[in-house]
Design a protein around this ligand. Structure first.
Ligand SMILES: Nc1nc2c(ncn2[C@@H]2O[C@H](COP(=O)(O)OP(=O)(O)O)[C@@H](O)[C@H]2O)c(=O)[nH]1
Ligand SMILES: [Mg+2]
Length: 218
């Protein structure tokens, strides 16, 4: 799956590092970043986020390089995403959806899976779901994977129902974890938490301490 990366430099923050990270995230999701298109603006364009000249550059790249997807290094409004998909005629993903996709393909624990599905649905709930039907043939695409994908065909009421079910499930899991924690405390077992941003090295440290052999990778 060949991807264009699109970023707008607003002149603050570490733009290059953030684009590098986007490229790594895209690769983690199974895409091949082929073209990077950068715009410089003081504020996002209301309807396309990126300037119309740059939008045309992306459109040309999509045709010339046979790209399947365009990934923005920003959070797009539902309208911007819809407008971009209409003019580019390929799927447009924002940074949040990309990150959720990576999390969906990596989540192992029951609680992790429920949390990712909930986050995907909450992000989807702000999107024009019906507007995606023209792209639904690209079923196995990035951003459509994970439990959230089945929601594409359903309406918002069902989406709301599913969010309620997931919230209830998480609450139940939290109660179970409370019970387990109390049991551990009674048995006076020592428990340690490793906390850190993605890629901080938690899993490497965990494996070094416990020989557990959990998944650890860049
Ligand atoms: N240079 C360096 N790399 C590390 C260190 N700890 C972890 N890494 C690398 O950082 C990446 C992410 O590690 P991982 O334990 O999976 O991070 P996690 O997301 O916090 O679980 C892997 O490629 C590791 O090899 C460290 O102390 N030094
Ligand atoms: Mg880890």
């Amino acid at each position: 799956m060949r991807a264009a990366l699109a970023g707008v430099e607003f002149g603050k923050g570490d733009f290059v590092a953030s684009l590098d990270e986007l490229s790594l995230l895209a690769s983690s999701a199974g895409a091949v970043p082929t073209v990077t298109i950068i715009d410089k603006r003081s504020s996002p364009d209301a309807s396309l986020f990126i300037g119309s000249g740059k939008e045309q550059e992306i459109a040309d790249a999509v045709l010339d390089d046979g790209l399947d997807i365009v990934i923005f290094n920003h959070t797009l409004s539902p309208a911007q995403q819809c407008n971009l998909e209409r003019v580019l005629k390929v799927r447009v993903l924002d940074r949040t959806s990309l990150i959720l996709d990576v999390l969906a393909t990596r989540a192992k624990s029951h609680e992790g899976k429920v949390q990712v599905e909930l986050a995907q649905l909450q992000h989807l709930a702000t999107r024009p779901i019906r507007g995606w039907t023209h792209l639904e043939r690209q079923k196995d695409g990035i951003g459509l994977r994970g439990p959230g994908e089945t929601q594409l065909e359903t309406d918002r009421r069902l989406l709301g129902d599913r969010v309620k079910v997931l919230r209830a499930r998480l609450e139940k899991l939290h109660r179970q974890h409370d019970t387990q924690r109390r049991a551990r405390r009674r048995s006076s077992a020592i428990s340690i938490s490793l906390v850190g941003y993605t890629n901080a090295g938690k899993s490497i440290l965990f494996n070094a301490l416990t020989k557990a052999g959990v998944y650890a990778a860049d």
